[in-house]
Design a protein around this ligand. Structure first.
Ligand SMILES: [Zn+2]
Length: 76
């Protein structure tokens, strides 16, 4: 057997580490497309900024994430 089985995202089954597709980066078994969206949804600033940049660049679909600056106070 000499077939190369490419890794796929455990969440959306996207092929991982595809050249030219920044959302396919391997984030421990899931693609950055899924991981970034999850983190951004949870309000993680750096991921929100990166996801929004990818939306601007046309890699990611959907609406932009909003930074939840108001939520920062009083929460871990
Ligand atoms: Zn995925």
């Amino acid at each position: 057997m000499n077939s190369i089985i490419k890794a796929a995202c455990a969440t959306c089954r996207r092929e991982l580490d595809v050249e030219g597709d920044p959302l396919s980066s391997d984030c421990g078994g899931d693609c950055w497309g899924c991981v970034g969206e999850t983190e951004a949804s949870l309000g993680y600033g750096p991921s929100i900024e990166k996801c929004n940049a990818e939306i601007d660049a046309g890699y990611r679909s959907g609406s932009k994430f909003k930074l939840k600056k108001d939520v920062d106070n009083g929460q871990e």
